[in-house]
Design a protein around this ligand. Structure first.
Ligand code: ADP
Ligand code: MG
Length: 374
């Protein structure tokens, strides 16, 4: 299959909002997408991801804002005139049609010549490696195969935008990983602009050029995987980005970008990701992999957290360990040796890897979108 020629330069969402019976599901979504980009909308269940996607698709009218392609309003167009491809979590295949007929359906609806339909269906089948399954019905295929049919059905239309709503969440872990690679490969070879909804941060980080993190219908942060991974803008994004230890501590002192934060059996130096003053209660975020076990024999410096090992879980390359500080705070740590439940450990964290955030998310303005230009 050739790269789609049916494209655009920029897709722009301006203050896009949608409410249901006065309840806001999506508020002021601003986003500029450049042709060929892979964007992930990420956030917990109910945060407005599907609402955003359905507004784009034309399945839901907007209550606020505009959607433009190269400066022209498209939110006023009916769904079928937008020329987008959709892939849903539940595949939404026609159960009574064979695989090839499912893929051909949209092409036939467009009254393409028969030879063109045949060619594109064959290309689509090859693309998702289902040539051998062409005559089967969806019910005779595995979940992963069915989702590949759904993807082929969307991309054979050579849409100018592909919208995917949690396409992998009905698959088991192994298939999910395989399909993730498949989707990335397809994106690279076809260059289709894609907006992909997921609640899985790993999936979003591995697939997307840029991520949009949503919470309660509002954008929290937009950025590249690296930006979000290393510099979450508030504790909610940090939480979503795998900073599993989120602990409420008090600021004891501040020097430049660094603060000493204490409480719950912890006293460490940490980096101010948001401003805070001495005496403030703050939320400190640390990834399990950034808490280093220094062993019980090392001197108990002020920055060492003393804790007792509770649960040790073998995870192949490392051990996921839950410990409890002397004041009852649970922490999650990655260790490279099997720690003994009940034993005492000391933990250290590099101050640059412990991030200090304000506890409140209220009034945190959505950060200005970073440029779409790479
Ligand atoms: P997500 O896809 O992130 O899980 P949704 O976009 O489906 O979230 O939903 C966002 C919010 O809007 C939720 O509170 C949900 O209950 C509400 N919502 C979504 N669709 C409808 C609808 N058709 N009618 C009423 N409320 C809805
Ligand atoms: Mg959803």
């Amino acid at each position: 299959m050739t790269r789609s020629t049916n494209t655009f330069d920029t897709l722009e969402l301006k203050n896009v909002g949608r409410s249901f019976g006065g309840q806001n599901a999506l508020v002021d979504l601003n986003l500029r997408v450049r042709a060929g980009e892979f964007i992930a909308l990420l956030g917990p269940s109910g945060c407005g991801k599907s609402t955003a996607l359905n507004c784009l698709a034309g399945l839901l009218p907007l209550t606020h804002g505009e959607i433009l392609i190269d400066g022209k309003r498209i939110d006023v167009l009916p769904s079928e005139k937008r020329d987008f491809g959709m892939v849903f979590q539940n595949y939404a295949l026609f159960p009574h049609l064979s695989v090839e007929k499912n893929i051909a359906f949209g092409l036939q609806m467009r009254n393409l010549p028969k030879a063109e339909v045949t060619r594109r269906v064959a290309d689509g089948l090859a693309l998702v490696k289902l040539q051998d399954q062409a005559k089967k019905r969806p019910g005779q295929l595995s979940g992963g195969q069915q989702q590949r049919v759904a993807i082929a059905r969307a991309v054979v239309l050579e849409p100018r935008l592909v919208l995917m709503d949690e396409p992998l969440s009905n698959l088991d872990a192994k298939l999910r990983l395989e399909m993730r690679t498949e989707i990335r490969r397809l994106h690279q070879s076809l260059g289709l602009t894609t907006i992909y909804v997921t609640h899985d941060q790993e999936e979003a980080l591995s697939l997307a050029d840029r991520l949009v993190v949503l919470r309660e219908g509002r954008v929290q942060q937009i950025g590249t995987p690296e930006q979000l991974h290393n510099n979450p803008t508030n504790w909610h994004v940090a939480d979503f980005m795998g900073y599993r230890n989120i602990v409420d501590l008090e600021v004891e002192s501040v020097v430049g970008d660094l603060a000493r934060v204490t409480g719950r059996g912890i006293s460490i130096m940490a980096t101010l990701a948001q401003t805070a003053a001495v005496g403030d209660t703050v939320r400190v975020a640390i990834r399990p992999s950034d808490l280093v076990v220094t062993g019980p024999d090392t001197p108990s410096g002020r920055d060492a957290i003393q804790a007792t090992v509770n649960v040790v879980e073998y995870q192949g390359r490392e051990f996921a360990v839950e410990v409890t500080t002397t004041e009852g705070q649970n922490l999650y740590v990655h260790a490279y040796t099997a720690l003994l439940p009940g034993s005492t450990v000391r933990l250290a964290v590099d101050p640059s890897r412990a991030l200090v955030y304000r506890s409140s998310l209220d009034g945190v303005a959505a950060p200005r979108e970073l440029s779409a230009v790479r």
